[in-house]
Each structure stands twice: as structure tokens, then as C-alpha cells.
Design a binder for this molecule. Structure first.
Ligand code: PLP
Length: 387
């Protein structure tokens, strides 16, 4: 018997719809120069010192003296130590609390194996759809909370066992400040909830009031699991390497149980990817990676200002590579999508993909090429003049 829960995942249909509509439009308009502002993938290549580390890692695999086979369930010590030294030692963590993996997409939902079927899950509306569909595939109960006027998740007045917080946020592109996170840590401690804190876009944060980690709030060690990835910051979307922290202080021996689970369900990320990830922390890599991220943030600025000039309300794009653009005349997100595709030959992502509350918005990505972003804004402003 097929697992019917897999059919509860919504995202395939929506993205399929985007792809189909674009394909049909291209068929009817073969000469249209279509630009995508929808892509969530990076466009900058991996920086040189990381590429060099990878070449060396490949060579290691070619000789019996340096060959590496299975690498351990929780990641190589060299990488866990680098992550610890650069990011988590400052909060008093040890290497044992850090896990290396092959992507936050997997980690964000496989972590649900920790909790029993009756656990209730709280998501934002709109949300990164993988949380919703990962939970659906495991037949977990999901409810949603609305966002306040600053696009921050509102604290519910009932108990949930698991709360997903994504900051910097996909799709909205805003980031939670320390006060926002303090409120959530307080809620979690009062309700014995676990916060799954998805911090994969942390490298994009430039505002001082946005914490680098949820563990800047001391008590978060008792209730939060933090997820991070090399994907968007270091262009590892194709290479695959992520990491996460499960504090020893968190409830009910979670860390001990998770070690047992991981030992039985995971054989580690590749040696080459982990060697590359280690090199991400070199000062010469950090400098180049910052330049790449600055490029995306400058794209975001150009896009944000362009949309605003055209009269749109825009959220985000300052500490994240995404923006959330509101419809000007009550169009649904699919109507906005159709308008941008047909009139401007621009692909955007309809907000409804991320939840019902997104139906008045589109998501714009700044991860593409600068010249494409500039062209889009020119088209949008020209269109505005016409109307
Ligand atoms: N979490 C969020 C919020 C994302 O936007 C993405 C990628 O788009 C991921 C996780 C997935 O990251 P990874 O490439 O590490 O699987």
C-alpha cells in the first residue's frame, strides 16, 4: 500500500503550475526575452580557496594513505571543530552538540522524527513550504499563526510542541530582532515547546539588531535547535553541506536520542563537501564570500528601490536575498504572476505558494544576475509610465 500522506504535499502542484505557465507562454512567444526573478538558487560560483580545498580533497581520495571512506555519522571532527571555533564556542557549546549534514531541506523535516505523532506544529503563514510539506509527509498536525505588522510571527495563546521560525525569512526577506526572538524563547520555555530555528540566510544579515544566532538569547539553549547551511552563503546549493546544533541542555535527552537516530539513519555528508566547508571559514574565503553576498544585497537594493519607485509596497531585501511585494490593486498572486509574465516577461513566484496569507503578494529573489534585475526594473518602470 502506498503511503497516502505523501499525497498531502502541496508544493509540487504549485511549482508545476509556474513551470507549465512559463512553458506555454514561451511556446506562444518564442522570441520573448523572459527573465526570472523567481529563482531561489544562487548565481555566483564557489570562491577559489574553497575550490582549491576541494581539489586537494579529491586527491586525498586517490591514494591509499589519505583515502577516506565512511566519515562518521555526525560529521568530520575537522569541520565540527571549525564550526565550533568560528560560530558556537562563543555561546559555550562543545563539538558534541554540532551535527554536519547534507542540506537544511532534509534537516528541517527529518528533525521531526524526534517527536511523536501527536506533537503539534506551529508554522508562520506564509511559510517556507518545505516545513509544511515535510510535516504533511509524516502525517503531523500543523497549524498556522499570522504575522504582526512587522511581518513577525504572532505568539499564539495556546500550546504547541514544535515551532518553526525562519529568520532571515524565506519568503518575506525580513529578519527577527533580539526582542522578537526573546518573546519566542519565553513562549517555548513556558510551553515546553522546541523551536526549530532555520538560520540558513544568516550570512546576509547586515542590521546590528538582528542576532547572529538564536543562542544570543541565553535561555535558547534549553529550547532551540538551530539549522544552518553553506548553500546560499557559500554557493553550496549543488555541493550540499549543512549543519545544526542540538544543545545538551535541551529537554529530555534529545541530544542523546538524536545521536542514536542519526547513527542508524545517516552515513554522513561527503568528505569532499566537508573539506570544502572547512575552507569556507578561512579568512581569504570569508572575504570573497562577503563580496558575493554584498553583490546579492546590492541586487536586492536595486530591485527594492525599483519596485518602490513603481509604487509597490516592498518588505525585506535588507538582511536576506528575498523581497515580498504587495499587489497594488487587490490582484491575487496568480493574477500578479500572469501580469508579470505576459506584460513584462518576468517570472515571479506567487505568494500563495507559501500559504493563503501570501495571496496578495509575490516573492522576488535577488540571487540572480545584476543586469537581469536592472532590466526587470526598467521594464516595470516603463510599464508604470504607460498606465
Ligand atoms: N531553509 C530555507 C529557509 C531555505 O530557503 C532553503 C533553500 O532555499 C533551505 C532551508 C534549504 O537549504 P539546503 O540547500 O541546505 O537544503
Amino acid at each position: 500500500m502506498l503511503n497516502k500522506d505523501l499525497l498531502q504535499m502541496e508544493t509540487k502542484d504549485v511549482y508545476a503550475n509556474v513551470t507549465e505557465k512559463v512553458k506555454a507562454f514561451k511556446y506562444e512567444n518564442p522570441n520573448a526575452e523572459i527573465i526570472s526573478l523567481g529563482i531561489g538558487d544562487v548565481s555566483k560560483p564557489i570562491v577559489k580557496p574553497v575550490i582549491e580545498a576541494m581539489h586537494k580533497a579529491v586527491d586525498d581520495l586517490s591514494s591509499m594513505d589519505t583515502f577516506k571512506g565512511y566519515g562518521g555519522y555526525y560529521g568530520y571532527d575537522f569541520l565540527r571543530e571549525a564550526i565550533l571555533e568560528n560560530e558556537y564556542q562563543q555561546y559555550g557549546f562543545t563539538k558534541d552538540e554540532i551535527y554536519v549534514s547534507d542540506g537544511t531541506k532534509t534537516d528541517s523535516t527529518s528533525i521531526l522524527e524526534l517527536f511523536d505523532n501527536s506533537s503539534t506544529i506551529l508554522l508562520a503563514n506564509p511559510t517556507y513550504p518545505i516545513y509544511r510539506d515535510g510535516a504533511a509527509a509524516l502525517n503531523r498536525k500543523v497549524e498556522y499563526t499570522t504575522l504582526d505588522e512587522n511581518f513577525v510571527m504572532e505568539i499564539p495563546n495556546k500550546k504547541y510542541d514544535i515551532v518553526y521560525i525562519c529568520s532571515p525569512n524565506n519568503p518575506i526577506g525580513n529578519a527577527y530582532n533580539k526582542k522578537d526572538l526573546e518573546k519566542w524563547v519565553d513562549y517555548a520555555l513556558k510551553n515546553e515547546a522546541v523551536i526549530i530555528f532555520d538560520n540558513v540566510y544568516q550570512g546576509f544579515v547586515r542590521s546590528k539588531e538582528v542576532p547572529k544566532s538564536i543562542y544570543e538569547i541565553e535561555e535558547a539553549k534549553k529550547c532551540a535547535i538551530e539549522l544552518k547551511s553553506f548553500s546560499k552563503t557559500a554557493s553550496f546549493t549543488g555541493l550540499r553541506c549543512s549543519y545544526y546544533v542540538i544543545p545538551n541542555q535541551i529537554y529530555k535527552d534529545i541530544n542523546v536520542i538524536w545521536k542514536r537516530r542519526t547513527m542508524n539513519r545517516f552515513n554522513g555528508a561527503s568528505y569532499i563537501a566537508q573539506k570544502a566547508a572547512e575552507a569556507v571559514f578561512l579568512p581569504q574565503s570569508q572575504k570573497l564570500i562577503k563580496e558575493n553576498i554584498d553583490y546579492y544585497l546590492e541586487n536586492a537594493k536595486i530591485l527594492r528601490e525599483g519596485f518602490e519607485k513603481a509604487g509597490y509596497e516592498v518588505v525585506g531585501g535588507k538582511d536576506a536575498p528575498f523581497m515580498w511585494v504587495k499587489s497594488k490593486n487587490q490582484k491575487t498572486s496568480w493574477q500578479m504572476f500572469d501580469y508579470f509574465l505576459k506584460e513584462l516577461n518576468i517570472i515571479v513566484i506567487p505568494g500563495i505558494v507559501f500559504g493563503l496569507a501570501g495571496d496578495n503578494y509575490i516573492r522576488i529573489s535577488a540571487l540572480g544576475k545584476r543586469e537581469d534585475g536592472i532590466k526587470c526594473i526598467e521594464r516595470i518602470l516603463k510599464d508604470e509610465e504607460k498606465n
